[in-house]
Write a protein that binds this ligand. Structure first.
Ligand code: NAD
Ligand code: ZN
Length: 250
């Protein structure tokens, strides 16, 4: 049996199905992964820009990089990976999407139950008080500021993007909910994640240890490949298009 058919069979038999997505799920929308090779910011290592230390050292540079990413995301469209997951949710086949992505493309594709482990790139957060605001890219918000770093309208301290940087803890509610889902699910679909960013990468291991079937969609082998019951070595968009057909036919 082809891995796609095998995946569809597992999904059909399952009561609870959860997807875990990483940067690879948005790669087919033209949004580079952190390990990707394209764009102006290629000469910088994202793992050295997406840190509290980088922001403390050079907030203007970090903000410029985020504004470049916001622009790319605003220009992008959800791809068949996002739309198939939204369709699966509407059909009652999928319970939730747990994502490491900060781009909001799952929600734009129509997914309702999305758990964002690493925050949202469109949110501005005060570095000092509780002020927080999520920009609407459709309204052209959050793409430029009169000064960088932008200042908090309530206390004047610098604002930062509302994402989780390397070395920072995950939002506790999102992580707890994701762990609950990992323990409960019968199938975890792991799409486009390198499995190297913890604690998100622990979720498939947690799911597996509670009896779930792990299905991996990734053109490259990852740190999670050894625990995958089914491996689909393809890009996310074509693989999810095929999976949709297999689910419709089954
Ligand atoms: P990563 O960059 O470490 O790994 C990306 C993975 O996607 C790799 O395993 C790669 O083989 C795979 N991949 C590449 N193209 C693919 C495709 N077309 N289809 C399927 N898989 C593909 O990303 P990560 O593991 O998600 O971790 C990096 C962190 O950086 C994330 O936690 C996230 O917070 C952040 N990030 C987010 C975005 C976004 O929101 N779109 C983009 C880049 C990075
Ligand atoms: Zn403030």
């Amino acid at each position: 049996m082809k891995p796609i058919q095998e995946a569809a069979r597992h999904i059909h038999r399952a009561d609870t199905v959860v997807a875990l997505t990483g940067a690879g799920a948005s790669a087919d929308s033209g949004i580079p992964t952190f390990r990707g090779k394209d764009g102006l910011w290629n000469k910088y290592d994202p793992r050295e820009l997406a840190t509290p230390e980088a922001f403390a050292r050079d907030p203007v540079k970090v903000w410029k990089w985020y504004l470049w990413r916001r622009k790319k995301i605003a220009e992008a469209q959800p791809n068949p990976c996002h739309t198939t997951l939204a369709w699966m949710e509407r059909e009652g086949i999928l319970d939730a999407v747990v994502t490491q992505n900060v781009d909001g493309l799952h929600q734009r594709a129509g997914s309702r139950h999305v758990i964002e482990l690493h925050g949202n790139i469109w949110t501005d957060e005060c570095t000092s008080c509780d002020y927080e605001r999520t920009n609407d890219p459709e309204a052209g918000e959050g793409l430029e500021y009169p000064e960088l770093p932008p200042k908090c309208p309530e206390c004047g301290a610098p604002l930062r993007p509302g994402v989780v940087w390397f070395g920072e803890p995950l939002p506790p509610d999102a992580l707890l909910r994701a762990q609950e889902l990992a323990r409960e699910c019968d199938v975890m679909l792991v799409i486009g994640t390198s499995g190297e960013v913890r604690p998100a990468a622990d979720l498939p291991i947690l799911a597996k240890s509670h009896g779930a079937t792990v299905i991996e969609i990734n053109p490259s082998e990852t740190a999670l490949s050894p625990i995958a019951d089914v491996r689909i070595p393809q890009r996310a968009a074509p693989a999810m298009e095929e999976l949709r057909k297999a689910l419709e036919e089954a």
